[in-house]
Ligand binder design. Sequence first.
Ligand code: GUN
Length: 299
Amino acid sequence: MAEIIDGKKVAASVIATVKAAAYTLEQTKGVRTGLAVVIVGDDPASHTYVGAKGCMAKECGFNSIQHTLPAETSQEELVRLVQSLNDDAAIHGILVQLPLPKHLNAEAIIQSIRPDKDVDGLNVVNAGKLATGDFATGHISCTPAGVLLLVRSIYGEDLSGLNAVVIGRSNLFGKPMTQLLLNANATVTTAHSRTKDLAFVSRGADVLVVAVGRPEMVTADWIKAGATVIDVGINRIATPERGERKSRLVGDVAYEKASEVAGAITPVPGGVGPMTIAMLMANTVIAAHRACGIMPPEF
Ligand code: GUN
């Protein structure tokens, strides 16, 4: 049976480092780390995520600010808000929750966030810094940064000689994940919905990272014996057998059978999920340190 990778435990250790760093920064420089989260519209899942981010920011001792805007907010209004946060010295990190309502141009909004405050790592400047290996001044997207810590908990920092396969190629996850694994010396394949024989490609992976958004798509026969499997999916599926309107969360990997083949595997929930919020806090406290011109903590 596979080792279960405990995301809650790794995330708790990241949060402990963040809290200590935020406290020391406030005591020594009088600077309280500030995070602004912007949400537009009333998508319930997005509100749940944003609420959790705000709670965790407060727990870390941050100045946590949430801007909740109506669904009919215009592009100009949202850009104006981002500009005011860009100019606000008390705010070190800005996150605009995605997806945005369809009438808004999300890409333009993301690119309007100042790169040093872009704690999501989505600005082209931060994407470019990751691609060129500038880890000293850029920000890395939170979920891939968190996955890298989970992979390190199994293999350490150097992935030389290991084959990694990332299924998914989004700007938010698949592309930065590929860059991070490459930087750690893995041999990386980025697979996606147009890849020929995904199962065959996956079976070549020592490290298999799955971010497709399809419940339990990756089955045990896709997994090399002893591989490390990281499941980034969070899918809610109906479970009528448990009663009307009941549901449960599953990942993109069929966990029960996969864990009989894998060497190590992340559960859903309790794997990658807690890491995303923890790395958002890490990026924000890093931004606050850089703004004060002092060395940030390492994660
Ligand atoms: N929506 C789902 N995940 C994320 C994320 O990591 N960042 C932002 N901004 N929106 C999201």
